[in-house]
Structures are given as C-alpha cells and as structure tokens.
Design a protein around this ligand. Sequence first.
Ligand code: MF3
Ligand code: CO
Ligand code: CO
Length: 247
Amino acid sequence: MRPACAVASMVLEEVAAFIQPGVTTREVDCYAASRIKHYGARSAFFGYRKYPCNICISVNDEVVHGLANDRRLQFGDIASLDVGVVYNGFIGDTARTVAVGGCSLEAQRLMDVTERALYVGIAQAVPGNRVSDISRAVQNYVEGNGFSVVREFVGHGVGRSVHEEPQVPNYVDSKAQDHRLLPSMTLAIEPMVNAGGPAVKILKDGWTAVTQDGSLSAHFEHTVLVTGSEPEILTCLEKMPSKLKVR
Ligand code: MF3
Ligand code: CO
Ligand code: CO
C-alpha cells in the first residue's frame, strides 16, 4: 500500500498546484492522467462502474464524483480533487478541496473544518476502537462547527480494490455493522461536509452528486494504516519514496 499511496499523494499535490482560474476541469483531468502515467500507475477510478474520468473534480455545490467537462474554473470557486491510483496491484485514495485563486471566508472555514474533521477521525483509527469511534468524532466535530455531514457516501476499507469492507461512515449509524479496528487494516477516511443541509442529489449525468440546497461542499480524504499504536497516514506527501521523486 505504501508506494501506491505515495503516488496518489504526489499526483494530488501536483494536480492541486495545476488549479488556477481559467483552466477547464477536462484540462485538469488530462493533466492528472499524465502525472499518474508518469509514475507508472493507472487511475483506479477510470472504468470503475463505468466512471468516465481519471480523477473526480467536484466544484462548489458538487459533493463528489464530479465529471470533467468544458467548465472553466473561476476565481472564488472551490474544487474538490479526488485521486485514486493503482500501483503494483494496490490502491491509494486521497482527496482535498482547494480554492481557485482565492475564496470567501465562509468557504475557507468549510474547507478548514472538513480537513480538521479528517484528522479528528484519523486520531480514532487505533486498535481496540471501532469504526463508529471514527464516525462519531467526525460527526461531532463537523456539527459542532455548524456544518453537516453527507450520509449517502462513506469512507471504506481500501487495498487491492477501491471499496472494501468495512464502510466508514462520517456519522453514527446505529444500524450499521461496527467493526473493531485491528493493526494492518487500511482505511480511506473521507468526510464530505456541506455548509447547509446534509441532503444530496445525483445529476442527470448519473454521477455528479450535488447538495440539494445548493450550498457549498468540501471533501478531504486520506488512506490510513491502523498500526499497533498511532495511525499512519499513507497518503502523506512526506511518504514519497526518493526513487519515485522525479518531476
Ligand atoms: N473517490 C471515491 C472514493 O474516495 C470513489 C470514486 S469511484 C468513481 O471512494 F467511480 F467515481 F471514481
Ligand atoms: Co477518494
Ligand atoms: Co475513498
């Protein structure tokens, strides 16, 4: 998992740096494809359930699974970038929301709260805890800051497939199975946070999820290894092996 996650984090960093007013989401997707190829990896999303793009680019009220198209990013937009790569048979999955040039204070607060919610969740990824400890921490942090967590999409186990057991919801779901966390599990923890209500709907393209009330949404994700002690964030830039560090 380590090399795959290192590649995913490097690609996400590069794609984030590519974002600027005036570029189309299709240009962003093409650039992502070229960077993924550069590392000898392939997109884990392209073709997954017929997903037609290399990465997910979700702008403003788009929550997740935004499709690349001719839309030009504008100053003040926020763009959620989700990168999944397959490298040597394993998958790295990581996401981040960035401002296009700059953004409103409220949009910045939404991004900050979502990123911190991710780290608050990761801190619970220790052996002996259960999945619901992650869920509860994320939900409490987000709702305590006046935002809402999306229910329809959840974090997940990740390994040789993108979506493995267990599901990792960002809210406490008393009906769901609540697995105990064990060392060597690799989890994609990924809060999706709306500035308004939690409800989402899917656009006619069959993929793009948007907030029902049109409010902004942010998304941060890391692939995390549960160890015998502290969680290890695998999709952290610092994990890039030097032999892959070629730009
Ligand atoms: N990026 C999503 C995740 O983090 C999965 C995207 S599936 C795709 O779990 F088909 F939309 F690419
Ligand atoms: Co993802
Ligand atoms: Co994921």
